[in-house]
Ligand binder design. Structure first.
Ligand SMILES: *Cc1c(COP(=O)(O)O)cnc(C)c1O
Length: 407
């Protein structure tokens, strides 16, 4: 049985605990939704003031050169590269994850002409499935959607692309990137990974596993703010062979020559499309300061400790809530999901108490554990609130049943 004082002791020994002061978390809130929208950090407030009042306000259009706006996508890309085990010069920041996935998958399938199949799994995020459907229908390919544990056996010598998300947004199940990438390669296919729930949550080794392409979000564990740009990784082996299917002027080799015919830029610069969203990117850039002196292996250890603690407390106090996240560490991301048919009003009742998690249709209560600003005591108190919400039937109040637009 875990007690409150056990949690206090764990927090006292936690070397990541001081990082919490870098975030501007509101008083009285236990924030368990950083996997969906990371919180504001102090460095972002300062960075945005600099970018808005200084670079834009004072520098005006000169800032494209004097403030280095023109190189910002590649510079922020290199900072993210360090967090996902990518080589320098292989990551471009910009556009949304959905658009980057389109660029990656359509570019990838062109590298395997004559092959007919794209393989993914049924747990993938809807936008990923939709983008894959779009690419396949435009290219005349078949999309094979299999259960997550059937991916390995679905890969064959007709597979052009294996496109997967490492951590399942619903269940928190983590795929084995090493074996799946190796299987794709053994069959002659290209491996595209979505790191939406991975980047910033634990160490990723893109170069180490030999991934061909990867995409991810700036606003989840990287804390870049609502709608922050995503990123696209292209492995060095595809540097010259890969073509971005969206041929815009920022991906041209000489954008300011204003030539009438497209000619792709060298290297990762061809991943760009149009004018980068500088202010959003400045926020993401500043948010990454938080990671400068962070060892992601330590973040992973604490993430496992927090998720273990949460699962143990749920098992002990709330057996009516089914833990659907794998208990095996190697198959777990950084969030934990519970199943209950009244998940929506339960989450709303919790949010009203200041414990913010989210709901995923049809019956999943989801709780993200970002180790840079959460304590063991936060986990303990969140479960205390959940116990009270369930025991008192508080969640049955009609106000909690009203569906909001964003869940
Ligand atoms: C959050 C998430 C996205 C979001 O894509 P956007 O284009 O940024 O809206 C995509 N894929 C996965 C797997 C996600 O978890």
């Amino acid at each position: 049985m875990v007690t409150r004082s056990d949690c206090v002791a764990l927090d006292a020994a936690d070397r990541l605990a001081p990082h919490r002061d870098r975030f501007r978390l509101p008083e009285g809130i236990i924030y368990l939704d950083g996997n969906s929208l990371g919180p504001l950090s102090t460095s972002v407030v300062d960075g945005m003031t600099r970018a808005v009042a200084g670079e834009w306000g004072e520098g005006l259009i000169r800032s494209w050169n004097s403030a280095g706006w023109v190189d910002l996508p590649a510079r922020v890309g290199d900072r993210i590269a360090r967090l996902i085990g990518a080589e320098p010069g292989t990551v471009m920041v910009g556009d949304s994850t959905s658009i980057n996935l389109y660029k990656a998958v359509d570019g990838a399938r062109r590298l395997r002409p004559g092959r007919r199949l794209v393989v993914t799994d049924s747990g993938n995020f809807p936008t990923d499935l939709y983008v894959l459907q779009g690419v396949c229908s435009a290219a005349g390919l078949d999309l094979e959607v299999v259960a997550p544990d059937r991916v390995l056996s679905a890969i064959c010598d007709d597979t052009a692309v294996v496109a997967l998300t490492e951590v399942d947004y619903r269940t928190g199940r983590r795929h084995d990137m090493v074996s799946l990438t190796a299987a794709a390669h053994a069959a002659g296919a290209i491996a595209v990974w979505d790191l939406a729930h991975s980047a910033g949550a634990f160490p990723v080794e893109l170069a180490g596993v030999g991934a061909d392409f990867a995409v991810g979000c700036g606003y989840k564990y990287l804390n870049g703010g609502p709608g922050a740009p995503g990123f696209l990784y292209v492995a060095p082996s595809h540097r010259d062979g890969w073509r971005n299917p969206i041929t815009g002027w920022f991906g041209h080799s000489r954008p300011f020559a204003f030539e009438p015919v497209f000619d792709p830029a060298e290297g990762i610069d061809r991943a760009a499309v149009g004018t980068p969203a500088i202010l959003s990117m400045a926020a993401l850039d500043a948010a990454l300061d938080v990671f400068d002196d962070v060892d992601l292996a330590e973040v992973r250890r604490k993430s496992l400790a927090l998720t273990d603690l949460f699962i143990d407390l749920i098992d002990e106090h709330l057996p009516e809530l089914e833990v659907i996240t794998p208990r095996d560490h190697s198959s777990r991301g950084s969030h934990v999901s519970l199943r209950h048919e009244d998940g929506y009003p339960i989450i709303q009742a919790l949010i009203a108490r200041g414990v913010i998690g989210d709901f995923r249709s049809p019956d999943i209560l989801r709780f993200g554990f970002a180790p840079l600003y959460l304590s063991h005591l936060d986990v303990f108190e969140a479960v205390e609130h959940l116990v009270e919400v369930m025991a008192s039937d508080e969640w049955r109040q009609p106000r909690f049943a009203m569906r909001l637009a964003v869940t």
